[in-house]
Design a protein around this ligand. Sequence first.
Ligand code: BGC
Length: 750
Amino acid sequence: MKKLLLTVTALFLGSALYAQNIEEKVESLLKEMTLEEKIGQMTQFTSSGDVTGPTLRGNVEKEVKAGNVGSLFNAFTASYTRKLQKMAVEETRLGIPLLFGYDVIHGHRTLFPIPLGEASSFDLEAMEEAARIAAVEASAEGIHWTFAPMVDVSRDPRWGRVMEGAGEDTYYNNLVAKARVKGFQGDDLSKENTILACAKHFLAYGAPIAGRDYNTVDMSLQTLHEVYLPPFKATVDAGVETFMTSFNEINGVPSTANPYLFKDILRDQWGFDGMVVTDYTAINELVPHGTAKDLAHAGVQALKAGIDMDMEGAVFLETLKESVEKGDVTEEEINVAVRRILTLKHKLGLFEDPYRYSDEEREARVVLSKEHKQAARKIARKSIVLLKNDNQVLPLDLEKQTKIAAIGPLVKSKKDVLGAWKAKGSPKDAKSLFEGLKGATKGKAELLYAKGCDMKSDDKSGFAEAIEVANQSDVVVLAIGEPRTISGEAKSRSDITIPGVQTELLEALKETGKPIVVVLMNGRPLALEKEDELADAILETWHLGTMAGPAIADVIFGKYNPGGKLPMTFPRNVGQVPIYYNAKNTGRPFDPAQPSGYKSNYLDVPNSPLYPFGYGLSYTTFEYGEITLSSDKMTDEAITASIEVTNTGNYDGEEVVQMYIQDVIGKSTRPLKELKGFEKVFIKKGETKKITFTIEKEALTYFRWDMSEGVEAGDFNVYIGTNSDDVKSATFNLTKDYEASKNYNPIGSK
Ligand code: BGC
């Protein structure tokens, strides 16, 4: 015990000394720096390696040598980052190393499923592992910093960037955010295979009006605090080192100019001491937003809001010096930002060895390694959601189905499986569904192929061949969906059905009478009423990354029993959007069992979604018992809720057991259900497992009209089940009110 205490004390003192050491080094460097050099550190440009927005600056190498740059992004490979680093270290007066950033969103060269897909796994360890591997590959190519995770909650599938997050639920987003930050940053930033993570986009970028990217956000403070802020807080708790601003305004104030977000909430309330970077040219955009009269004004607003680094816009570079001279900002305000940037460079060990990340030997060894591909396949199959499986069409049985028709514009695609934000993932390294099927059926079944149609055009000339191929086969595997290019940034859609004539191809194939397994590839929830009607089985495979093909084949042939669940509601049609499970009851709730007029419903579509949040089938079946509470009264102590789940089918399988809570009566209205716990369990066929959730009263607090936070005495319903719609229930009573200790500053109150 004594030894342990001594070790802990030594570790604590060690890290305190280390921090003090860095502080001293930063201060002494700061004293040597000119104002121009400081502003250079606050400037980030894209290199010519990749482009993720409009480029404003031509010759970045010239800018580096002139000391105008503290960070570059979109530069990769060990040799190229080394070359650029050498310019900064050897050709600038102070030789301050560059920080290399990149959007390593779901893998660097070995790609994992798009984040929304990966979130369907409900497997936090898997998500952490994927982020870890991404960091290992990216760091070997000289990258120090990823602009991930995106932790924007989103309830609107029209928005193209839903593919980049963990879906509509806040509690789940919190956990995924932590897992991803831990994966990227590891446990020690000074190691050469860990990289800085970046929580983005602060704040509420996922809630643009009408799902149109970059559009205005206008919402209540309660929703902002309850739904949109917590995942960001979770990243701070997980030790995230950087934050990114969002492009949007919230309730009239553009985020990049909002001190309440970056100073009051992020730094004062949450204690964040890392660095804040803008989104791409977001300072410049304060002018069209209409809060700044010109770029100089915009630069002052951003600095005063607590922004440290200007991505791509060169506003700091071109205007801050004059703003200091005019007295609009002080040099000390600039020092604050520069200190944070230099501290990060120290934490990464760049001052000791600026080239430690750009390691050609490591790059050759780790990038696209066998282990990484194996992990990508494992995580890809965990991310697949079985949406429908009539008559147990799946898994296919190679003894019986000896002729398989692989049809559809996505069957042979190696590009689209990579998804949006593919970093340096390349189609040549990816495995298509066709390759996956080929590998699995080799020597056992005949694989026929027809493309059928394109993804977007309305040309049906390929239908005849597809029908012929289907007629010759025992079963059709039809891969349809979205190309990778219509989800991601600036890829909003007003129609979220499958584009082109792909659904008509399904209709035509249905006529053959052959069983049809639809393999969906897409970057957002789609409106799938027709497909749901026509297909015998549907697998939602998202864009699964490098190992998509083999992973899907593993599921199709039963080598792996799918257990994924939807992290976002699938609407029946786009008119229902935004639709999410944790909605309110309203004063006139609609009851389909007793339909009558003047209720909160549509005339032309049910209120219910096509597939609810948390939904996903398995090749086996699970039966839920009743909920047992440790007590039906809660005072100061937590209570538990348990349930027995039995695998009643013919396969071993995994189930995501989900617990939701409803505060029945509150001072303010509460959602009908809120996810407060889940557990992914493996249950052998015939076996029963007991799952126990702990309910703490802290999990019940919420924000009221006056922005006080707490929870009131009264009844709470506990729901446990296989998805947000299919649950068992029980009730407990909280015996006294409970006020949370902290009151948040309403945004804009100062
Ligand atoms: C995106 C960010 C991204 C940045 C750099 C922006 O357009 O909104 O998420 O990190 O570009 O590529």
